[in-house]
Design a protein around this ligand. Sequence first.
Ligand SMILES: *Cc1c(COP(=O)(O)O)cnc(C)c1O
Length: 363
Amino acid sequence: MIKFLDLEKINNRFRSEIDDRIKTVLDKGWYLQGSENETFTKHFADFCGTRYCVGVANGLDALCLLIKASGFGPGDEIIVPSNTYIATILSISYNGCTPVLVEPDMNTYNIDVNKIEEKITAKTKAILVVHLYGQAVQMNKVKALAEKYHLKVFEDCAQAHGALYENTRVGNLSDGGAFSFYPGKNLGCFGDGGAVVTNDEDLYKKVKAMANYGSDFKYHFIYKGINSRLDELHAAVLDVKLRYLDEDNAKRRNIADYYRANINNEELILPKTYAPLAHVYHVFAIRTKKRDALVEYLKHKEIQTLIHYPIPPHKQEAYREWNELSYPLSEEIHNTILSIPMSPVLTDAEVEYIVTALNNFHS
Ligand SMILES: *Cc1c(COP(=O)(O)O)cnc(C)c1O
């Protein structure tokens, strides 16, 4: 069986280093807000090229805190892609803001930057882009619009750790970036974790305080905050894995290149990339009108697949008020998309086997 993502194999490569770091944390007996957090957030900010990083409890909190700390709330509109994981949109709703959905570009599956301007109103406060599936959004147009209309820009980087847009890392392309370290992400810990990165000192201080009950120093509270922190054990684990992230992303890219060069089947549409280093292939998402048949066929060949994602946010029960609306491109993607195995530990033989299976698929 070729697993979609073999997390045990991925993490076992670093097992002895991680064991050592965990032992150090246990020996110190300091579990939150300590030196591991300080070290990792410094290293992660350096990695992204930003001045600041705050470790938080998960990716959704990172997004929520970015919006909250920027002072947005009821009555404010935030532009967001219709084709995304629902967490992006939830972070806007959670703050009482109104999500305004924009259809995707069918080449990248990211927000169509040419359809943003028509959605800007007097109430628009920010554009929240998502570097979906691991590919950086082409930010020039987004930045130009933000300048023209005095909007903030935020990035959901949960799927794109390390991806570059014109030599700049995601997270460093806007007012603030939100990351998730959920186990299956390109940089993942052993549970939930997340981070906010920014170059804005004021935003940094606000997010940091708000994530710690609204406290700027111990037992002194300046905001009605929440408890959302990255614990010491996870910071230590992430600090080990961060050192291998570029190398692992390069392995994903090699596999993607191989897939693109060798998968040859008229039934399948392969993902496109506009620049070699723009994509870190969190998933390799192909499209086919014969998805159900292909999933069954690959299951029979013992190849695991996943759908990112089967139901678009506007068709979810949580967003009943949108269920009658139509975002045809987003729906088209949700109805045809399929993620095939992609990870830094796939072997050449496995990749070859997957390619052969796909090439022999005929419905
Ligand atoms: C995973 C993910 C999130 C949420 O991150 P969590 O750590 O699971 O809260 C947000 N946005 C996108 C695009 C994601 O893939």
